[in-house]
Design a protein around this ligand. Structure first.
Ligand SMILES: NC(=O)c1ccc[n+]([C@@H]2O[C@H](COP(=O)([O-])OP(=O)(O)OC[C@H]3O[C@@H](n4cnc5c(N)ncnc54)[C@H](O)[C@@H]3O)[C@@H](O)[C@H]2O)c1
Ligand SMILES: [Zn+2]
Length: 365
């Protein structure tokens, strides 16, 4: 029986979303029980508690699947946890014909996708994203990997899942901080490519406090379509895909700094939100982004995200972290910048003096 649900066609796989995503998933699992030699579910303690029961309800045969548990938190997105996943798969008798189900946020799909793609030279995996960030961004596009020596995403592969099932129902149990983290990426999609999405995302930030499945379904679908269109055009990030990195050159450096230095580190999205303000500042210098637009971006982001104390990291420390960014092909730090809201330009460079000015712009807000 064909799987019928709203779906977006990606590079060789489908992203099922909308009201029928549960039934598409149930059908997939029914079929998978016969075609795979075994099924594993990768999860952390939160997704085991909050998401696994609903998965069992909708796909009862999964009670026979092996659970591969890892601890939550970005600090665990490392080679040690990766090895634990490989070892669990080997110990439970997984074969080249086993399936891995990644049930969780971006951490689970990043490390799970990488573990699956390397175990026995590659087994199939599917993503069931359970965070807003996972649903709107991390679960699609094929980027998988881990952090190394506190630098983000240094080792990994671009490998696509067999399918992705986006079910906003999972967001009911997500806390406000994690919802905001995903919202940062939605604001980013608006800033880089869709002025209307930026307008509606900035005017509807109240979504973050009032869960409404239909609202989320709509906004997640918009985000998925934008990301998928870009990724299908440039799967290996040789050109246009770099637009998705707006806010991430400075954002990743801040995320890595916070992970190493804060007892309660900022989330990926919080770091990207700060990165977007700083990189919008750099955009005014390098590309002439209108000052009114810079002020609009800063005030919208600051109305959603608490200000982070940037007095702790010194600029040279952050700039050193930026030098490790994967977009760099030389010692120059590569940015994606905006020439206006809704329009981004890749492969932009600036002096370190301007990067410091941008960090100070944020500090002074
Ligand atoms: N591959 C990509 O294209 C891509 C894109 C963006 C971000 N990322 C990566 O994604 C990661 C961040 O993703 P994330 O924010 O989803 O983080 P995450 O997976 O760490 O999840 C955040 C927290 O929410 C909990 N959680 C997950 N689902 C829940 C639910 N339904 N209810 C309650 N709690 C739940 C998790 O246990 C965790 O504590 C980073 O490592 C980032 O680098 C990857
Ligand atoms: Zn991101």
């Amino acid at each position: 029986m064909p799987i019928s649900a709203e779906k977006i066609v990606a590079n060789g796989y489908s992203i099922f979303h909308g009201s029928n995503a549960w039934s598409a998933l149930s059908m997939f699992i029914e079929r998978a029980s016969n075609t795979y030699s075994s099924i594993n579910i990768l999860l952390d303690e939160n997704t085991e508690k909050q998401c696994l029961p609903a998965l069992y309800d909708n796909a009862p045969s999964l009670v026979n699947a092996a659970l591969v548990r890892i601890p939550s938190g970005e600090a665990n997105k490392n080679v040690g946890t990766l090895a634990e996943i490989w070892e669990a798969l080997q110990s439970n008798g997984s074969t080249r014909r086993s399936l891995l189900i990644n049930l969780g946020g971006g951490l689970i799909s990043d490390i799970g996708g990488f573990a699956a793609s390397t175990f026995k030279r590659g087994i199939d995996f599917i993503n069931i994203p359970t965070t807003l960030l996972g649903q709107a961004d991390a679960s699609i596009g094929g980027k998988t990997g881990i952090d190394l020596l506190a630098v983000k995403n240094q080792v990994g592969l671009i490998v696509n899942p067999v399918a992705v099932f986006v079910i906003p129902d999972f967001l009911r149990t997500l806390n406000h901080q994690q919802l905001k983290s995903g919202y940062a990426e939605i604001l980013k999609y608006g800033l880089i490519s869709d002025r209307e999405l930026w307008k509606s995302a900035k005017d509807n930030a109240s979504l973050l406090t009032e869960y409404s499945e239909s609202n989320w379904t709509d906004i997640i679908e918009k985000a998925l379509v934008i990301k998928n269109t870009i990724v299908v055009e440039d799967p290996k990030e040789q050109g246009i895909r770099k637009v998705l990195n707006f806010g991430h050159t400075i954002g990743h450096a801040l995320e890595a700094f916070s992970l190493q230095n804060d007892s309660n580190p900022i989330t990926h999205g919080e770091a990207v939100a700060i990165g977007m303000i700083c990189e919008a500042y750099i955009s005014t210098v390098v590309l002439g982004l209108d000052l009114e637009e810079l002020n609009q971006i800063s005030s919208v982001i600051l109305s959603i995200f608490e200000k982070y104390d940037l007095s702790k990291p010194n600029d040279s420390m952050l700039i050193e972290l930026m030098r490790h960014d994967k977009k760099n092909t030389s010692s120059n730090i590569n940015f994606t910048l905006l020439n206006s809201i809704g329009s981004a330009v890749i492969d932009q460079y600036t002096e370190t003096k301007i990067i410091s000015e941008a960090l100070n712009f944020y500090r002074d807000l």
